[in-house]
Design a protein around this ligand. Structure first.
Ligand code: NAD
Length: 295
C-alpha cells in the first residue's frame, strides 16, 4: 500500500525534499504558511492540506523543515500542538536546524506519548536537497531511526544515528563549528601565501597533497577561479549563506556553553563571521569571508 507522508515547511530545503518523496511514490500531503510554496508542490504532485494538522492526519511519516526552535516547539508542543493529536503509528522527523535543548524537549515529550520522534538535521544545501543527497544526523530511539529509513533513503545519501533525543542537533552544531573554523583557516593560509607572491592555485595543490588538506580546500576552494563551479568562482553566489552559518554558530555556542567546553576557536569563528555578516555579506556564500583577508 502507498505510504503517506505529511510534510510541513516547504522552503528552499523542504520544497525539494518533499518533491523527491512525491517522485519516489509516497502520497505526500503538504502544508506551509506560504500559499506560493504550497502551489509549487501541488504542481509536482503533492496534495495541499489546509493546516499542519490536516497534513499530519493518518500519516505514516510526518516531516518538518522549519526555520528555528520556536517554530518547531510551536508546531509540536502546547495544547494545540501536533503531539497531542498524533498516534503511535506516525513516525516524526524534524529536519530543521534548531537548538539542541528544544530538540531534546520535543523529542522527550513525544516519547512520553509513545510517538516515535527524531531530530534529524541535515548537512548539504539546496543542491543536495534537490539531488536527494543530503546527510542526516539523527537523535532519538534507534528503533525509530530504523523505521525512518525509507524516507531518509529517498532524501539523502547517508543517515546516521547520533544518539538519544537532541544528539542530531549536537552533531550538526559540532560539524558546522568545525566547518567555520577550517574555512577561516583555509582563507587565512591562502591569503598569507598570496601576499608573499605565491599562486593560490599552486598553494592549494601543495596543501592538498600535505597535512593542511581539508574539505574547504578540497571541494569548496574559497579563492576565485581556483576551482570551477565553486561559489568563489561564481561571485560568491550561495551555496551556503553567511546568514545561515551565523545562525549555526550561534547554536554551536549554546551547545558548547551547556557542556562547559572551552570553544575559543568556535567563538573566534563566530566573531569573524558576525563581522562579515554585519558588513552586508549575509546573503553571500560563506566562503566570501576570504575577502576579509584580501583587503
Ligand atoms: P526557508 O526559510 O526557505 O523555509 C522555511 C519554510 O517554513 C518557509 O516556507 C515558511 O513559510 C515555513 N514555515 C515557517 N513556519 C511555519 C509553520 N508554523 N507552519 C508551516 N510552515 C512554516 O528555510 P530553508 O532554507 O528551507 O531552511 C529550513 C531549515 O533547514 C532551517 O532550519 C535551516 O537552518 C536548515 N538548513 C538550511 C540549509 C540551506 O542551505 N538553506 C542547509 C542545511 C540546513
Amino acid at each position: 500500500m502507498q505510504q503517506r507522508v505529511g510534510f510541513i515547511g516547504l522552503g528552499n530545503m523542504g520544497g525539494p525534499m518533499a518533491a523527491n518523496l512525491v517522485a519516489a511514490g509516497f502520497a505526500v500531503s503538504v502544508f506551509d504558511l506560504s500559499e506560493e510554496a504550497c502551489k509549487a508542490l501541488a504542481e509536482q504532485g503533492a496534495t495541499v492540506a489546509d493546516s499542519a494538522k490536516a497534513a499530519a492526519d493518518s500519516a505514516d511519516f510526518l516531516i518538518s523543515m522549519l526555520p528555528a526552535g520556536k517554530h518547531v516547539a510551536g508546531l509540536y508542543q502546547g495544547d494545540d500542538g501536533l503531539l497531542s493529536l498524533l498516534g503511535s503509528s506516525t513516525t516524526v522527523l524534524d529536519c530543521s536546524t534548531i537548538d539542541a535543548q528544544t530538540a531534546r524537549s520535543v523529542g522527550e515529550a513525544a516519547a512520553e506519548r509513545g510517538i516515535g520522534f527524531l531530530d534529524a538535521p541535515v548537512s548539504g544545501g539546496v543542491a543536495a536537497a534537490q539531488a536527494g543527497t543530503l546527510a542526516f544526523m539523527c537523535g532519538g530511539d534507534a528503533k525509530v531511526f530504523e523505521t525512518a529509513q525509507p524516507v531518509l533513503d529517498v532524501m539523502g545519501r547517508a543517515s546516521f544515528h547520533a544518539g538519544p533525543a537532541g544528539a542530531g542537533q549536537v552533531a550538526k552544531a559540532c560539524n558546522n563549528m568545525l566547518l567555520a573554523v577550517h574555512m577561516l583557516g583555509t582563507c587565512e593560509a591562502l591569503a598569507m601565501g598570496e601576499k608573499h607572491g605565491l599562486d593560490p592555485e599552486r598553494l592549494s595543490e601543495i596543501m592538498l597533497a600535505s597535512s593542511g588538506r581539508n574539505w574547504s580546500l578540497e571541494v569548496y576552494n574559497p579563492w576565485p577561479e581556483v576551482m570551477e563551479g565553486s561559489p568563489a568562482s561564481n561571485n560568491y553566489q550561495p551555496g551556503f549563506m553567511v546568514d545561515l552559518m551565523a545562525k549555526d554558530l550561534g547554536l554551536a555556542m549554546e551547545v558548547a556553553e551547556a557542556a562547559g567546553v572551552d570553544n575559543r576557536m568556535g567563538q573566534l569563528a563566530q566573531s569573524l563571521y558576525s563581522e562579515h555578516q554585519d558588513a552586508g555579506n549575509g546573503t553571500r556564500d560563506f566562503s566570501s569571508v576570504l575577502e576579509r583577508y584580501r583587503r
